[in-house]
Write a protein that binds this ligand. Structure first.
Ligand code: NAD
Ligand code: UD1
Length: 336
């Protein structure tokens, strides 16, 4: 199967391309490189022995998309391309709606034009807003607390309307919980630009000496140790979830939604300890005020993905920390 992977040089996209190639499918990447580096392609090639086709371009470029869909005889699309910094989305909402919502509409229009009707979309557990009832099932109420989350919800709504209007589409929205970790080779991983917003890349940079101390955002939540609890999922498990979704969705019309998580929550302090163990470092931290917009706890009910997609996360917190550490210690400054 030939699959267009938008955002394929990014963190989750690159791991998914490796899995696609290992399954014998052919990813064709389109990425503007706004948040990734071209050297990712060398690394994918080193792991798999295959260099995926790559087109540098923006998903908002309708003509380019139609050309790529046609010339490469694409059968399905995985749509990762988007911006994901929550804080930036609050200060630059138009940039987020343009990139994430308009970009997705242009993509679906081009797919329609080219009769490519199978799509897997990167959604997020952020669509559950500030839900307090755990674990989160796919039919839990949705809401958004920032423009990034709103952009994901809007695209999910557009997808629902599109599938209602035309039953020949098969679109799967995957709601990721907290993707962390790296490929076990240490050749690809998460390479945030500037100061990391998320816990794991920040911890990894403390361990490698790029940052002094982790700020723990609050220890007065209603959680066992008072720090925030999240459902961390290994990026390779997550990548495999896309293959399961494609296998399930291809040729099966309709609108499908799945949580991709482990079903277990871990606290900030548990992650800090696990990362200290994996890196054999003592990681400095200090407790500071809560981060505005954070929820106390969030974890998935992953049963629907297990029963329908026959997919479940297999890797442990220790695997996530060891693999992140291998990537970070082998590439202290990220990709060249
Ligand atoms: P990433 O930034 O590493 O990857 C996204 C890729 O898309 C980058 O390579 C970037 O250059 C590219 N891109 C962005 N806008 C583009 C555009 N208009 N045209 C072409 N390319 C464009 O992010 P990621 O962590 O791999 O996330 C992938 C997707 O998953 C995103 O849609 C993100 O919102 C979603 N998601 C991520 C997380 C997470 O924690 N990483 C959680 C939930 C959902
Ligand atoms: C964040 C985003 C969410 C997005 C997700 C994936 C916010 C409010 N939420 O989720 O919308 O979908 O990333 O990109 O930004 N923590 C610290 N110190 C740090 C960083 C994080 O203590 O330096 C804590 C947080 O308070 C939280 C946990 O670690 O309890 C995980 O944080 P993070 O990795 O940023 O993920 P989320 O907040 O779940």
């Amino acid at each position: 199967m030939k699959i267009l992977v938008t955002g394929g040089t990014g963190y989750i996209g690159s791991h998914t391309c490796v899995q696609l190639i290992e399954k014998g499918w052919q990813p064709v990447i389109i990425d503007s490189l706004v948040n990734s580096k071209i050297s990712v392609l060398d690394r994918i090639q080193k792991i798999t022995g295959t260099r995926p086709a790559f087109i540098e371009g923006d998903v908002r470029d309708a003509d380019l998309l139609q050309k790529v869909l046609t010339e490469h005889a694409i059968e399905a699309v995985i749509h990762f391309a988007g911006l994901k910094a929550v804080g930036e989305s609050v200060s630059m909402p138009l940039k987020y709606y343009d990139n994430n919502v308009h970009g997705s509409v242009v993509l679906m229009q081009a797919m329609k034009q080219c009769h490519v009707k199978t799509l897997v979309f990167s959604s997020s557990a952020t669509v559950y807003g500030d839900a307090t009832v755990m674990p989160l099932k796919e039919d839990a109420p949705t809401s958004a607390t920032n423009p990034y989350g709103q952009s994901k919800l809007m695209v999910e709504k557009i997808i629902a309307d599109l599938c209602d209007s035309d039953p020949s589409w098969s679109i799967t929205a995957l709601r990721y919980f907290n993707p962390v970790g790296a490929h076990e080779s240490g050749l690809i991983g998460e390479d945030p630009q500037g100061v990391p917003n998320n816990l794991m890349p920040f911890l990894a940079q403390v361990a490698v000496g790029r940052r002094e101390v982790l700020q723990v955002y609050g220890n007065d939540y209603q959680t066992p140790d008072g720090t925030g609890v999240r459902d961390y999922i290994h990026v390779v498990d997550l990548a495999q979830g896309h293959l399961s979704a494609l296998t399930h969705g291809h040729g099966k019309a309709g609108h499908h939604i799945f949580n991709l998580g482990t079903g277990k929550g871990n606290s900030v302090l548990e992650m800090l300890n696990a990362f200290g163990k994996a890196s054999s470092k003592e990681l400095k931290y200090k407790i500071v005020a809560r981060r505005p917009g954070d929820v106390a706890a969030s974890w998935a009910d992953p049963h629907k993905a297990k029963s329908v997609l026959n997919w479940q996360a297999r890797k442990s917190i220790d695997d996530m920390c060891q693999d992140t550490w291998r990537w970070q210690s082998q590439n202290p400054n990220g990709y060249p």
